[in-house]
Design a protein around this ligand. Structure first.
Ligand SMILES: Nc1nc2c(ncn2[C@@H]2O[C@H](COP(=O)(O)OP(=O)(O)O)[C@@H](O)[C@H]2O)c(=O)[nH]1
Ligand SMILES: [Mg+2]
Length: 296
């Protein structure tokens, strides 16, 4: 029998190219929140895929930002840098036919790392009708830097994701597993409660508000039949609070229902979710508050 293989694989790229969608597809479960809006992912999230032959620890990262404006954005970029240390393979995800200066910025950072295999993942190929276009795009992209593999995929439809996984395994070192085989993430249940509430907020609210809110979990109590969760939604101003709550509390109620449904799926248990909205001015630019909110 061949030796067990195990290692760390980072998923890096500009916002919105489909990094979190790819992680969820690889793990076959939604553990990273996804949206059309950029900057949805704020934390590195480990998704672990194991079987009797190998264990891959995938690290989903926030999209790398060009000119981080606030402490929160700098924190997000630091998460990306952390994900480049001691990993075996980096998956640089780009969107087919949509290369721009934000990708150039990622290349700049990637060119500094050494002793790590680098795969170029060209995502969203389902959006391309003319396959000839894709071929010339692959040629163009391969000129930006040397890649160990170039793999066109569709994370959404699942095309060539198996092939990507096989190539990853081929490039992993022989090693014992780092985590128990049945574990699929290193994040705890509380983390997912906060993230799923945040996802429903991003889905429901318009452009600006989602970037200025954060969610903390005040209570997480797992009883025999029900998990009781209290989530606090932190916004920056009274106006935002009014938007999140909505007329007669309608918006907040909807968000609560949607988040509860997903959490019940995730935990396979009944959930009693309570939500509160509180104001903390400029929280995203305060080191102290960011730490309290879990960004550290
Ligand atoms: N058409 C298409 N859309 C995709 C694909 N992968 C991701 N998306 C969409 O792209 C958007 C951003 O995805 P997300 O995973 O949050 O991107 P991230 O910011 O890189 O993590 C979402 O609306 C996804 O549904 C794909 O392969 N094809
Ligand atoms: Mg993401």
């Amino acid at each position: 029998m061949s030796e067990y293989r195990a290692g760390h694989v980072s998923i890096i790229g500009k916002p919105n190219v489909g990094k979190s969608t790819l992680l969820n597809r690889l793990i076959n479960q939604k553990i990273s929140i996804v949206s059309r809006k950029p900057q949805t992912t704020r934390f590195n999230i480990n998704g672990i895929k194991s079987n009797s032959e190998y264990q891959i620890i995938f690290i989903d990262t926030p999209g790398l930002q060009l000119n981080p404006k606030y402490t929160l954005n700098r924190y997000m970029n630091k998460e990306v840098s952390n994900a480049l240390v001691y990993v075996d393979i980096v998956l640089f995800v780009v969107e087919a036919l949509n290369w721009n200066k934000f990708d150039e910025n990622v290349v700049k950072i990637l060119s500094k790392i050494k002793n790590t295999k680098l795969f170029l993942i060209i995502n969203k190929i389902d959006k391309i009708r003319d396959k000839k276009e894709l071929l010339s795009n692959i040629n163009e992209l391969s000129e930006h830097m040397g890649f160990d593999e170039i793999i066109p995929i569709s994370a959404l439809k699942g095309s060539s994701v198996d092939k990507l996984e096989l190539l990853v395994v081929k490039n992993l070192p022989a090693s014992k597993p780092f985590y128990p085989i049945e574990q699929i993430t290193d994040r705890n249940e509380r983390f997912f409660a906060a993230e799923f509430v945040r996802e429903k907020l991003i889905e429901r609210l318009n452009k600006e508000v989602p970037h200025q809110l954060s969610v903390t979990i005040d209570e997480f109590r797992d009883t025999k039949n029900v998990i009781h969760i209290s989530a606090c939604i932190w916004v920056e101003k009274q106006g935002q609070k009014n938007i999140v709550v909505g007329k007669n509390g309608q918006v907040l109620k909807e968000i609560g229902i949607n988040a509860r449904k997903e959490l019940e799926d995730l935990y396979s248990k009944k959930v009693n979710l309570k939500t509160w909205v509180k104001i903390k001015s400029k929280w995203f630019d305060s080191k102290v508050v960011l730490k309290e909110f879990g960004y550290s």
